[in-house]
Design a protein around this ligand. Structure first.
Ligand code: ATP
Ligand code: MG
Length: 447
């Protein structure tokens, strides 16, 4: 470490228990068990990262991560319910029912790939494991990203180790990158998205030095594997602070490297005086945040569908005009190629992209409110999501209030009334009669 670092760690400041607010009452039993057993085994045990930060902020942590001087094998020996994971850097997962405590050995490596927890390969695959670079707590501090994420809660005396003035930054609600921001973003460009995410989620101000390189280095996101970008996208947009996260991504010119065609569609909205485009997207994000606040489930496919809707209809219209495709054909072709282009940047697994395609494809069908086919919409597994998107499309002026209300009301009616409203009562009755008349078919026997 060069000595001109703005926040080079000196001797760790130790904040004793009476001087801070992290209480064991708010630490999960599972995390406490892990920490106490490490201590009993003669090792150091610290709670680290987001959990300490969140406890200082009086928020409830999403999960608890532990750091120790015990090696992964030593940790594994202490816990029967544990698994050593990690391809390049080995970690231990200790499982208690549905809760997993991640235990990492202090290390000095600054290799960002080591943080790629989501692509772990179990040790049992016979892969040659690279030597680990273990270190001390003071070394470990430096692989962290922000000062707020680099605090260590010591189970031995319940004090907090703060080598980087992280507690002061938390108090001032400042997000500050450790070390030289540009270097740290270049090491791992995902840290730029993390900056946007934490600023939104914690309602922190990004320190000017930490913010300055963002628009300049945004294009480094191109080098990040598309699957990792999707993971990070999900974290931002499911955090309950999707709208703020989106605004930060736009402010720092990061969004255009995730969904470039959406960014372009929005830019064009500004040029051509279509403010409703931004409102359409921001309202979707607002709805997502509300759902999270109410504890209702959210799926990333909905928001990606909202992002792609504008560019998709734009392309589809062009195809219809220039190539003479029908509305349905043009929509399908446009959606296919847009999803492909998007997946090259932010890869959305099929379990999301399939339902998203269905949700998009259902849109033109809301124009028809008569007949059996229209009625069958109600039973479609993607009806609910498609309906929500249709409501939002009112903002774009694509759906009128009468149609939207019609679909809202129809859902509250009993089935017989629904059939009448769709003008499908007669057809439904005939169906029922046919079914009753149909003789049970004899099963053909194999000879
Ligand atoms: P959350 O509340 O979203 O879980 P978190 O701070 O716990 O926030 P994680 O992604 O769970 O974030 O990572 C745990 C810790 O690991 C972070 O607090 C940080 O110290 C470190 N870390 C994670 N990813 C990176 C990264 N890309 N670069 C540097 N440090 C990282
Ligand atoms: Mg975490």
């Amino acid at each position: 470490m060069s000595s001109d670092k703005p926040n080079k760690p000196n001797a760790a400041e130790i904040i004793s228990r009476p001087a801070h607010t992290v209480s064991r009452d708010n630490i999960s039993d599972a995390a406490l068990k892990v920490l106490y057993r490490l201590k009993k085994g003669g090792y150091q045990g610290y709670l680290v990262g987001g959990s300490v930060r969140d406890l200082l902020l009086k928020k409830s942590p999403k999960d608890f991560d532990v750091a120790t001087d015990a090696t992964p094998d030593e940790v594994h020996k202490l816990f029967r319910n544990s698994r050593v994971i990690g391809r390049r850097f080995r970690l231990v997962h200790v499982r208690f029912g549905r809760e997993i405590i991640e235990v990492a050995t202090f290390r000095s490596s600054a290799d960002p790939d080591n943080d790629d927890h989501d692509h772990e390969v179990s040790e049992g695959t016979g892969r040659v494991l690279r030597d680990n670079v273990y270190g001390t707590l003071e070394d470990d501090v430096w692989r962290r990203d922000f000062t707020a994420n680099a605090l260590y809660y010591n189970i031995a005396d319940f004090s907090i180790r703060d080598c980087v003035d992280g507690v002061a930054d938390i108090k001032q609600r400042t997000l500050r990158m450790l070390g030289d921001p540009e270097t740290r973003y270049r090491e791992d460009p995902v840290r730029m998205l993390r900056a946007a995410r934490f600023a939104a989620k914690l309602e922190f101000t990004i320190h000017p030095d930490t913010a300055e390189p963002l628009p300049r280095l945004a294009e480094l996101l191109r080098d990040v594997p598309p699957a990792r970008l999707f993971d990070e996208f999900c974290k931002i947009f499911q955090s309950g602070h999707a709208l703020e996260g989106f605004r930060h991504l736009r402010q720092f010119r990061l969004f255009r490297h995730l969904y470039p065609e959406t960014a372009q569609w929005l830019d064009e909205g500004v040029e051509k005086n279509h403010p409703e485009r931004l409102e359409f997207i921001e309202q979707a994000l607002r709805n997502t945040d509300e759902r999270v606040a109410e504890g209702r489930p959210v799926t990333p496919m909905f928001l990606v569908g909202v992002f792609l809707w504008g560019p998709m209809t734009h392309d589809a219209r062009r195809l219809q005009e220039a190539e003479g495709y029908t509305e349905l054909q043009a929509g399908n072709i446009a959606a296919d190629s847009l999803v492909q282009r998007t997946n090259d940047i932010v890869f959305m697994p099929k379990r999301f992209s399939y339902p998203m395609r269905e949700m998009l494809q259902l849109q033109p069908k809301f124009n028809r409110t008569k007949g059996k086919r229209a009625m069958s919409m109600l039973g479609h597994p993607r009806f609910r999501a498609a309906y929500d998107l249709m409501l939002l499309r009112q903002i774009l002026g694509e759906v009128d209030a009468t149609t939207a209300d019609w679909w809202t009301e129809i859902q509250t009616k009993p089935e017989a009334e629904q059939a009448r409203a769709f003008g499908a009562a007669k057809a439904a009755k005939e169906d029922a009669e046919n079914a009753a008349r149909r003789r049970p078919r004899r099963r053909r026997r194999k000879t």
